[in-house]
Design a protein around this ligand. Structure first.
Ligand code: GKR
Ligand code: MG
Length: 425
């Protein structure tokens, strides 16, 4: 089996006006879909965050893939390593390094092909199931009214349930509790994460306390201000949240500050911002910057790299959870197979999927039942791509005018003069 072609398709999917430390989500989230085609006419699929730089890097990667077997991931990885440029993570909440994304997209598509060739689900190729069902967490955002895409900013919705909550604004603790109730009742999630870094820290702590009041002590809660708080603020807020949060995610920026915070409060710290690559692991040990690392196969360079990260976490006493960005069903399937194969991935995973639900290019998207997804047994990732849907999401990309995610620019459309500050409060 030889890879004979690679199709790289940028797409844009409707995304509601969600707020975060870097600004505001645009009406469309960008993704890139990678299809590897083999000599026997089989397609393997990968999905990663979209950006012009990542698209260009994928174009350069063609020759590393074509003519090779999908079973030869070591050779493909070495070829990619030879053309990749060194790159640093930037200050944004999401990781913009393109080569980790390229490796991830290609590797996931190879695993899909290997599964289809052998008749096994990807989880089997990663060592087999450590669990039958993968639990996910509700991921709440402060947001303006509107559902993204064509609807953009609208008036308050008339729809009920999750459809209504997805359109509604949520700008205070009551709005957050309403959003949580709708999302939890629709998907059955049993843990809740709030994206912070948007309002004064006391407002965000009050939102967490309102969630605790509404859901009781048995629903684990997480708060993620995306590293925008000062150390003294994070200590003060952290003390109010001791005994309330399951973990406190990236309240401050950098491993050293996280390590200092960890000593000052009695709360587990988690990160997808300060320990984000293998070269950060030395610093993680030196500063003891977190108790829990949020893996992400898009950012760590694929599924096998994520298994290696899991071994580090096991050996160095770190918990392991999973990070997410706006995504569709190929990524959801890859996350599910990976999480099913990692024995020590014991936290409910992040997912943005509810915000994109109904817009997927996967014809048979994996379904949440009681907040979890049953690991598929079909060969490969177990997803079928709706090619018409892929084409229309690509049309969205061509017409929406976005080529990169820039939450600061989107925020300036609503609040002229607003600027991102690496440390705000
Ligand atoms: O989607 O706005 C967002 C999030 O802030 C995302 O970009 C982050 O990467 O979910 C992420 C996180 O946990 O930091
Ligand atoms: Mg985070």
């Amino acid at each position: 089996m030889t890879i004979t072609d690679i199709h790289i398709t940028p797409i844009a999917v409707a995304d509601p006006p969600l707020l975060n430390a870097a600004g505001l989500h645009a009406p469309y989230a960008l993704r890139i879909i990678v299809e590897l085609v083999t000599s026997d006419g089989v397609s393997g699929w990968g999905e990663i965050p979209g950006s012009a730089k990542t698209f260009a890097a994928l174009e350069q990667a063609r020759d590393c893939v074509i003519g090779r077997s999908p079973f030869d991931i070591n050779a493909i990885t070495a070829a990619l390593g030879a053309i990749a440029k060194p790159e640093q993570r930037t200050m944004t909440p999401w990781d913009q390094r393109q080569w980790v994304h390229v490796r991830s997209a290609i590797e996931v598509a190879c695993f899909d092909l290997m599964g289809k060739a052998t008749g096994h689900p990807v989880v089997d190729l990663l060592g087999g199931k450590a669990r039958e069902r993968v639990p996910f967490a509700a991921y709440l955002f402060y947001k303006h009214a509107g559902a993204g895409g064509e609807l953009e900013f609208g008036s308050e919705p008339t729809a009920s349930g999750w459809t209504g909550a997805r359109q509604a604004s949520a700008l205070d603790p009551d709005g957050i509790v309403a959003q949580a109730k709708a999302m939890v009742s629709h998907y059955g999630f049993r843990s809740i994460k709030l994206k912070g870094g948007v309002f004064e820290p006391v407002v965000e702590v009050d939102s967490i306390l309102a969630l605790r009041e509404a859901f009781g002590p048995d629903v684990p809660l997480r708060l993620d201000p995306n590293a925008i708080w000062k150390l003294e603020t994070a200590i003060e807020m952290g003390r109010r949240l001791e005994g309330v949060l399951e973990y406190y995610e990236d309240p401050v920026r950098g491993q050293e500050a996280m390590g200092t915070l960890a000593k000052a409060i009695d709360l587990p710290l988690a990160t997808n911002m300060c320990t984000t690559s293998f070269s950060d692991l030395q610093g993680s040990v030196k500063w003891q910057s977190e108790s829990i690392i949020l893996s992400d196969h898009h950012f760590w360079g694929g599924l096998r790299a994520s298994l290696e990260l899991a071994r580090f976490c096991d050996a160095f006493g770190r918990g392991l959870s999973m990070h997410s960005n706006s995504h569709l069903g190929i990524s959801l399937a890859a996350m599910t197979h990976l999480a099913a194969a990692v024995p020590n991935l014991t936290y409910d995973l992040d997912t943005h999927y509810p915000w994109q639900d109904g817009h997927d290019l996967v014809a048979n998207p994996l379904k949440f039942e009681d907040g979890a997804i049953a690991v598929p047994d079909a060969p490969g990732l177990g997803v079928e791509i709706d090619r018409d849907r892929l084409a229309s999401l690509h049309e969205n990309y061509l017409s929406c005018g976005l080529t990169d995610r820039n939450d600061e620019v989107e925020m300036q459309k609503v609040e002229p003069g607003w600027t991102f500050q690496p440390t705000r409060w």
